[in-house]
Design a protein around this ligand. Sequence first.
Ligand code: NAD
Length: 465
Amino acid sequence: MNLNLLIDGSLVPGALSLDVINPATGQVLATCTRADKRQLEQAVAAAKRAFPGWAATDISARKSSLTRIADAMEARAGEFARLLTQEQGKPLAEAQFEIGGGVAILRIFAEMDTPLVVRREDDRQRVLEQRLPLGVVATITPWNFPLMLLVGKVAPALMAGNTVVSKPAPTTPLTALLFAEIVAEHVPAGVFNVIVDDNDLGAELTSHPDVAKVSFTGSTATGKRVMESVSSTLKRLTLELGGNDAAIVLDDVDVKEVAPHVFGTAMLNAGQVCLATKRVYVPAALYDEMCDELARLAKEAIVDDGLKQGTQIGPVQNKQQYEKMKFYLDDAKESGTVIAGGEPLDRPGYFIAPTIVRDIPDTAPLVREEQFGPVLPILSYETLDDAILRANDSEFGLGGTIWTADPERGLEAALKIESGTVWVNRHGLEFDLPLRGAKQSGIGVEYGVEGYIEYTQGKIINMAL
Ligand code: NAD
C-alpha cells in the first residue's frame, strides 16, 4: 500500500510515519505516511494560493469536478470498501454502504448553487444577496465513518468555491488518502490537500490564521477545544459532536417486530455512530419481553472480522475505545444486570460481545455518558411523559427515535424531544436534510441546503436606482 499525502497537487510522502492497526487482528495493517508541521504549513499555503482561482471558476466547472470524483469513487468502490473494513473494522456490507454514501453526498452537493437573490426591488431601490466562498476550509474528522464524514465536508466546501485542507483521524487515515488520490486528478493543484497526523496537528490547523473555517466532527470534549482555538481569529465553525440518543418504545408496539430495529440502530458499526440509539426506554408492561428479545438478538449476532462473509458486528475501532468499553462493561455489572454479552471476546483484536444491560439506574455512567460502542442500557418507564423527561435530561441533543404502532402518537412524542433530529419508526441520515445537534451535540448545520450555505459568506448589496 503506497498512499501519500496530497499537498499542492502532488502526492508526496510525509516527513513522519505512523502505524495503522487493523482492529480485527490488533496487528499493523500499514505504516502510513504522516505530516510534520512544515507540511501542514505547505498545505495551508497551497490552499490559500489556489483559492482565488477556484473561487472564480464557473459553478458548472465545480459541478463537473464533483461529478467526476463521484464517478471515480464509484468505479473503485470495491477497493475503497475493503480498505475501509480493514482500517475501521466495520463489516464489508456496511463499508460498501459508507462508500455509496460518499458518492451520494458528492452528487447531492454537485446540484447545489447559491445564485444572486433579489431581496427587495422597487422604483428606487434594489437589494441583492450574494453568497461568497469563505477561503481555506479545514476539515477534521473522526474514525467511525472516516470516508463519509470527510466527503460530507469536502463536497459542499469545494462546490461553494472554497479550498480545503483535510485532516482525518490518525487511526483511520487510509481511505482519506485514497480519496485524495482520486480528487487530485479532478481539481487544480492546491484546491484539495490532505495531511495525516498523530493527534498532534489539529490545534495547529484550527488556530491557523489563513484558515477561514473549521468544520469539525468528533467528540464534544475535543469540539470544545476547537471552539476555543478558533476564537482568536473568529473563524467560521461547524461542530458535529457527540450524542446520547434515546429510543422511546411506546406501549402499543409489537415487541418482536420493533426489537430488531432498536437493536440495529444501536449496534450498527459496533455502536460507533453519533446517531446510534444509546439508551432505550420501554414501558414497564413490555420491559421483560423487550429485554429478553434484545438479549436474544445480541446472543445470536455474528461478531467477527468485517471481511468475513456473514459478519454482522465487527470490532470496535481502536485500543482506546476498547478500553473505554471495558469501563462501561464494569459499570454495567456493578450498577445493572447484564443479560447478554458483558465481556470482550477472547481473541486478538478489539472485539466486544454485544451487550444488553437491564435494571440500571438513570445515574449510571453507561446511561448518562456517550458509550459509543456495543453496550446498550434498557430502562423501564411508567408514563410517557416521564420517559420523555428522562430522555431530555441530557447534556446532548443529537437525535432520538420513537417506536410506535401509531405514527400520530409518535409525532406527539417527537414534538417534545430536545434534539436536532428525531425519527418515528425509522432511522438514518439523509444527506439532503439538515443535520444539527442541539445542546452540547454541536453548533451549526451539515448536509442539506442549510449545510451548504454554511460554507459561504452572505453579503447584502443595497442599491439606490
Ligand atoms: P475525537 O474528538 O477524539 O477526534 C476527532 C478528530 O479530532 C480526530 O481527527 C482527532 O485527531 C482530532 N483532534 C484531536 N485533538 C484535537 C485538537 N486539539 N484540535 C483539533 N482536532 C483534534 O473524536 P473521535 O473519538 O475520533 O470520534 C468519536 C466522536 O465523534 C463521538 O463523540 C461521536 O459521537 C462523534 N461524532 C459525531 C458526529 C456528528 O455528526 N455529530 C458524527 C460522527 C461522530
